[in-house]
Design a protein around this ligand. Structure first.
Ligand code: AMP
Length: 405
């Protein structure tokens, strides 16, 4: 059990993010807002899995065969037993599971029971790469940690409030209904956490704020949040829609897919691979990491320069569109790997938007701190911020809320 400064005991939450070939985890103290331990099991199903466990200021690495998710979680639990912290005395009150697709069914985190498991399975066609491993993680964790409640936290839940006008694709309604084709969004846990944090930082009621949040990581999404409720988001039925991303195209004319199928003979799977893994920054420049991309730009690489221009053009278009959706804008916030670290992307994303009241102060933008900060000039009409996201902490706090702790 962790102890508070006053010596009292409080609970921790084990947060599990189970992907197709990896399991990420964090033992979180939701009250202190700290990770007590964290780690990652990669290359599940390959001959040699890679395991990394960070605790007590040290990192333990192992290369062992990890044939499946059950073994991955067993390895994690044995590392907790061996290296610490000891889960038996760490006061684990819940396990929080990240689940990518909650469809129209879940508008908030829920306690996992058989019905919830069945529903996550039923929603798998909408997220075939994500929901099945998420569910496997839940089932295995329940078997290995049967005495604590398990909570599912959905990436889509924050976007269940999207108005129909924003969530509906203009296609035949019967087809859309039968196949559950609508905009569900993604990264919702991050957009919700960050938009709430902005209200805290500005010391203003969340209900009063009109916000745009830009979650710019390897995946990227924008959201418009009015009074704490999402009213627009850039990801659609799947995380492929919207902004240009590390390896994903974002918005694209759907007719390009018929064109490639008919004229290049590409199958649905090949087009899926093209748009999800060989597009975006990587498709345009060969690099999906902004640090490498900037080096190429500085070396005069034409593809990298174009990639950056296309990325920023799309971003500015979304900022303008969401400003129109909201009518009034109070705060624009950058978060995730690129949004938190890349001053140049932030500066160029808002270039030319001063007529909309959006600008950044060069010195504030260039400065660095670990926590949230304002980067717009004093007295600016729109407050521009950098707010580090923390999905694990958000999941841990949701889990605490669900179990009523
Ligand atoms: P995420 O998906 O939020 O973990 O973000 C990962 C991405 O953040 C990487 O692919 C990089 O493009 C970007 N990134 C991480 N660190 C930096 C940095 N120091 N400067 C610029 N971009 C960064």
């Amino acid at each position: 059990m962790t102890t508070t400064p006053s010596g009292g005991a409080r609970g921790t939450v084990l947060v599990v993010n189970s992907g197709s070939s990896s399991v990420k985890y964090q033992l979180v103290d939701p009250v202190a807002g700290e990770a007590v331990a964290s780690g990652l099991v990669e290359r599940i199903g390959e001959p040699r899995g890679a395991v990394k466990h960070v605790a007590h200021g040290g990192t333990t690495r192992r290369e062992v065969p990890v044939p499946d998710h059950a073994e991955a979680l067993r390895v994690v639990l044995s590392l907790f037993a061996e290296v610490g912290p000891d889960l038996a005395t760490a006061g684990v009150v819940a396990v929080g599971h990240r689940v990518v697709q909650g469809g129209s069914r879940f508008d908030r985190p829920v306690l996992v029971d058989q019905h919830v498991e069945d529903t996550i399975e039923e929603l798998s066609p909408l997220a075939p790469l994500h929901n099945p491993p998420n569910l496997t993680g839940i089932r295995v964790a329940k078997e290995l940690l049967p005495d604590v409640p398990h909570v599912a936290v959905f990436d889509t839940a924050f976007f269940r409030t999207l108005p129909d006008a924003a969530a509906t694709y203009a296609i035949d309604r019967e087809v859309a209904t039968t196949y559950r084709v609508r905009r569900y969004g993604a990264h919702g846990t991050s957009h919700q956490y960050v938009s709430q944090k902005v209200a805290e930082v500005l010391d203003r009621p969340l209900e009063d704020l009109h916000q745009i949040v830009l979650h710019l990581g390897n995946g990227a999404s924008a959201s418009a949040v009015r009074g704490g409720h999402a009213v627009e988001t850039s990801m659609g039925m799947t995380p492929l829609e919207g902004l240009v991303m590390g390896t994903r195209s974002g918005d694209i004319d759907p007719a390009i897919m018929f064109h490639l199928h008919r004229n290049a003979g590409m199958s649905a799977d090949e087009i899926d691979d093209l748009l999800n893994r060989r597009s975006g920054l990587k498709g345009l420049s060969g690099e999906n990491d902004f640090r490498a991309l900037h080096e190429l730009v500085e070396a005069g690489d034409e593809g990298a320069n174009l990639a950056l221009d296309v990325y920023l053009h799309r971003l500015r278009k979304y900022i303008g569109a969401y400003h129109a959706v909201l009518g009034r804008l109070d705060a624009l916030t950058f978060t995730a790997g690129v949004g938190e670290n890349d001053a140049l992307v932030r500066a160029r994303a808002v270039e030319g938007l001063d007529a909309m009241g959006i600008e950044v102060d060069p010195e504030r933008n260039a400065g660095r701190t670990d926590g949230p900060r304002v980067i717009s000039p004093e007295g600016a009409r729109v407050t521009v911020l950098v707010v580090p996201t923390n999905e694990e902490l958000a999941i841990a706090r949701h889990a605490m809320d669900v179990i009523g702790a």
